[in-house]
Write a protein that binds this ligand. Structure first.
Ligand code: T46
Length: 143
């Protein structure tokens, strides 16, 4: 299912009698960018809410390779929550999407593929500033 706010991905599972395998490569259908960074989040307190930011430019694909968590997304107008609860299910986040991760299971390992190295200046952590930037971009498009 694809729309501007949520881009849910279904990965091909190459399973056989030994078990299952998902392969993700740069510039494939599900990862439409060159992978420059991989990080993973684990051992998260189930009560914790992580993220709480948007990125100016970063593109990312998220997948829970173990356990589950919710990804709550906001484009400044609409909000939607997607539960990542299977290693073959992913989420593509790009553009100005304010996102939070919450309701982590204790065994959750959230794997993230990103198109750029870590760069703190790419983060928009203040929600009001985020809304201002969304508004500015919308004005630029209409002018
Ligand atoms: C995002 C969501 C899905 C690094 O040094 N390198 C890295 O590549 C990352 C991602 C983080 N860090 C440091 C920065 C902080 O001192 O690790 C610490 C925790 O990072 P942060 O609080 O940003 O983690 P989350 O879980 O709130 O957000 C992360 C990503 O930062 C973010 O880009 O979209 O996961």
């Amino acid at each position: 299912m694809m729309n501007t706010l949520t881009k849910e991905l279904q990965f091909t599972v190459r399973g056989d009698e030994r078990g299952s395998l998902v392969a993700l490569e740069s510039l494939c259908e599900q990862v439409p960018f060159e992978i420059k960074r991989v990080y993973y989040i684990f051992g998260t307190d189930p009560e914790a809410v992580r993220g709480k930011h948007a990125h100016h430019k970063l593109k990312q694909v998220l997948v829970c390779v173990s356990g589950a968590c919710d990804i709550r997304m906001d484009d400044g107008k609409e909000r939607k929550t997607v539960r990542l609860d299977h290693p073959a299910k992913g989420l593509y986040i790009e553009g100005l999407i304010y996102h939070e991760m919450l309701n982590f299971s204790r065994d959750c390992v959230l794997l993230v593929l990103a198109d750029a190295p870590y760069y703190e200046k790419d983060y928009i952590r203040d929600y009001n500033k985020y809304l201002e930037i969304v508004k500015e971009k919308a004005n630029e498009r209409t002018n």
